[in-house]
Design a protein around this ligand. Structure first.
Ligand SMILES: CC(C)(COP(=O)(O)OP(=O)(O)OC[C@H]1O[C@@H](n2cnc3c(N)ncnc32)[C@H](O)[C@@H]1OP(=O)(O)O)[C@@H](O)C(=O)NCCC(=O)NCCS
Length: 168
C-alpha cells in the first residue's frame, strides 16, 4: 500500500471514493471545484495493488486578523473507502500529506474533524493558540498542528477556508 500524489487519470476515481464515503456528493463536488478553480492543492491518494482506496486533500487557508504572514493549509476532505477503513490507510495518508505540506512550505495545518482521531498526529485544539475558525463548532473539533517548531508563536486569528467550502 502506498500514498502518492494524485495524477490526472485518478480524478474520476477520487470523485467516486468521496461519493461512496460521505452521505452526500458535497465533498466530491468540492474537490472537483477546487481543482477547477486552480486552487493550489495537495491531493494525495492511497493505492493498494493498483486500486485507489483513499484520498486526502489539503488547501491553503488564510488567517484573518493576522498581520504577519503565515502559510497554513487546511486538511480535508479526507476519505477512506468504507470497506478499507480502520486498517491504517487514513494514518498513512495524513502522515504522507503532512510531510508534503512541509515540503511545499506550509508552517502549520488546521483540521475540522474528530477530536478522537487527529490528536494522534500531533493536532491540538486551535484555541490553545488563540486561533479559531469561521465555523460555529465546539472548540475541540477545530485543531492545528505546527509543522515548523515555533511557527505559531504569537500567531492569533480566525482561520478562513476558500469560499467554495461554504457550500459544503
Ligand atoms: C476518518 C477516516 C478518514 C479514518 O481513516 P481510516 O483509514 O479508517 O483510519 P486509520 O485506520 O488510520 O485509523 C483508525 C482509527 O481511526 C478511528 N476513527 C475512524 N473513524 C472515526 C470516527 N468517525 N471518529 C473517531 N475515530 C474514528 C478508529 O476508531 C481507529 O482508532 P484506533 O486506532 O484507536 O482503533 C475514515 O474512517 C473515513 O473516511 N471516514 C468517513 C469520512 C470522514 O469522516 N472523513 C473525515 C472527515 S473529512
Amino acid at each position: 500500500m502506498i500514498a502518492r500524489a494524485e495524477k490526472p487519470e485518478d480524478i474520476s476515481r477520487i470523485y467516486q471514493i468521496n461519493i461512496e464515503t460521505f452521505s452526500t456528493d458535497a465533498e466530491a463536488n468540492l474537490v472537483d471545484m477546487l481543482r477547477e478553480h486552480k486552487v493550489p492543492l495537495i491531493s494525495w491518494v492511497a493505492e493498494d495493488k493498483g486500486e485507489l482506496i483513499g484520498h486526502i486533500l489539503f488547501s491553503p487557508v488564510t488567517l484573518v486578523g493576522q498581520m504577519s504572514r503565515i502559510s497554513m493549509a487546511g486538511l480535508g476532505p479526507m476519505a477512506v473507502r468504507p470497506s478499507h477503513q480502520k486498517k491504517g490507510v487514513g494514518t498513512m495518508l495524513v502522515e504522507a500529506g503532512l510531510k508534503q505540506c512541509l515540503k511545499e512550505g506550509y508552517s502549520a495545518v488546521v483540521v475540522l474533524g474528530y477530536p478522537e482521531y487527529y490528536p494522534r498526529f500531533g493536532f491540538v485544539p486551535s484555541v490553545a493558540y488563540g486561533i479559531d475558525s469561521t465555523y460555529d463548532v465546539p472548540p475541540e473539533v477545530f485543531m492545528v498542528k505546527e509543522l515548523k517548531k515555533g511557527a505559531l508563536k504569537g500567531i492569533q486569528g480566525t482561520v478562513s477556508y476558500h469560499g467554495l467550502f461554504n457550500d459544503v
